[in-house]
Design a protein around this ligand. Structure first.
Ligand code: PLP
Length: 404
């Protein structure tokens, strides 16, 4: 009789956004006339920019002609895209990252979930609390998280770094020493950021204790303030302790088109072993690459027209974020985020639990957000709203909340 991977049985409930989707679907079935405004899942709403579509069309045509047709992509991804990323996201910022240290993929969710498999099972992970659920769940699946405590809602082998109002929703160095540290700034869900000096403290710490930082830069394009790092490789010494996950989803609207990249410097080693070699081996063995046409579409993100069009898209979402932030603040809510990130993190009124506030908003004003407790125990009593909607819908949703 075959056996299943029992670590999967330890997972708690279904994925947060699957749960939310089910709740909204049930509400809609019971209230078919309800005009629901979705500000929950972090999915973009604007179409792909014209420069991207142009590049995509051209690549599709290439695939239809024998002379330009492409089959399997190179293991690490096409050189044209890896070079564009190295030049624009790293060298232009003074960071020493080479094209052959970049692995193209179909997105940061997959990479953030898969990367843990090149690490030993007995490594201890440290995560921010609240946190993007994928980091913890994928470590549960691989048997690294330990046992779940139903009362504290924490895993026995996971080191939690609470990000609370007192800490400005930033983590503090953990008391126990982790082997793998997940950091994501600008942060999902809180929308918080840390300065370059603060991130340098983490890099120094990781180098000192021999930990690796898995840095998720998915929201980098939303940074508006000067002293916030766009990549961990702006910090001195990051090449020996960090790898970085990048996504084309939030800066360029590739949530449905799928494109991402993972950067692993060749200096990042466990003893003599380069993590770069392990990930290259994994890519070569298990992954056949993001499609050529999508990688060409991704290249257009770095063209002058692409950059100009995408800056406008991001500015559009950030106008929404500003509207949400300022209006909820004026209405007496305690809010944060929304300045360098498309997420607004608000304290639920009257000490309502996060899920109670979710139900309350959905039922009273037909606005769907995300309960903070879904991101970890320190998210209880908080709620996340996203700026990924039309400005008109954002205004309608906030007006409804204000009128409650
Ligand atoms: N990382 C973080 C922190 C996210 O919030 C998300 C999506 O919401 C992702 C990664 C997923 O990125 P991708 O669409 O590239 O898989």
């Amino acid at each position: 009789m075959f056996k299943v991977n029992e670590d999967y049985l330890k997972l708690q409930g279904s994925y947060l956004f699957t749960n939310i989707g089910k709740k909204i679907a049930a509400f809609m079935e019971a209230n078919p006339e309800a005009d629901i405004i979705r500000m929950g899942i972090g999915d973009v709403t604007q179409p792909l920019a014209p420069a991207i579509i142009k590049s995509l069309h051209a690549a599709v045509d290439e695939m239809g002609a024998a002379e330009t047709f492409r089959g399997y992509a190179p293991d690490l991804g096409y050189e044209f895209l890896r070079k564009a990323i190295a030049e624009n996201d790293y060298k232009a910022r003074g960071c020493q990252i080479e094209a052959d240290e970049i692995f193209i993929s179909d997105g940061a969710k997959c990479d953030s979930g898969n990367i843990q498999e090149i690490f030993a099972k007995d490594n201890r992970i440290a995560v921010c609390d609240p946190v993007y659920p994928v980091y913890v769940d994928t470590n549960v699946m691989s048997g690294r998280a330990g046992i779940f405590n139903q009362i504290t809602e924490t895993w026995s082998n996971v080191i939690y770094m609470p990000c609370t109002e007192e800490t400005g929703f930033a983590p503090e160095l953990p008391k126990e020493t982790p082997d793998m540290i997940y950091l994501c700034f600008p942060n999902n869900p809180t929308g918080s950021t840390i300065t370059k000096d603060q991130l340098q403290v983490w890099v120094d710490y990781a180098n000192k204790v021999g930990a690796v930082i898995i840095y998720d830069a998915a929201y980098e394009a939303y940074i508006s303030e000067d002293n916030i790092p766009h990549t961990i490789f702006e910090c001195e010494g990051a090449r020996t302790c960090a790898l970085e996950l990048r996504s084309f989803s939030k800066n360029a609207g590739f949530t449905g088109t799928r494109l991402g990249a993972t950067v692993i410097p060749k200096d990042l080693k466990a003893g003599e072993v380069m993590l770069h070699s392990l990930w290259a081996r994994r890519h070569g063995t298990k992954y056949n690459g993001a499609p050529y046409i999508i990688q060409r579409a991704g290249e257009a993100v770095y063209s002058p027209e692409g950059k100009e069009q995408l800056a406008k898209q991001v500015a559009y979402y950030m106008k929404n974020a500003k509207y949400i932030y300022e209006n909820l603040l004026a209405a007496g809510y305690s809010v944060s985020g929304g300045v360098n990130a498309p997420y607004i993190w608000l304290k639920t009124p009257d000490n309502m639990s996060s899920w109670k506030f979710f139900d309350y908003l959905l039922e009273k004003v037909n606005v769907a957000g995300t309960p903070g407790s879904g991101f970890g125990p320190s998210g209880e009593g908080y709620f996340r709203l996203t700026a990924f909607n039309s400005f008109e819908n954002t205004v309608r949703a906030i007006d409804r909340i204000k009128a409650m």
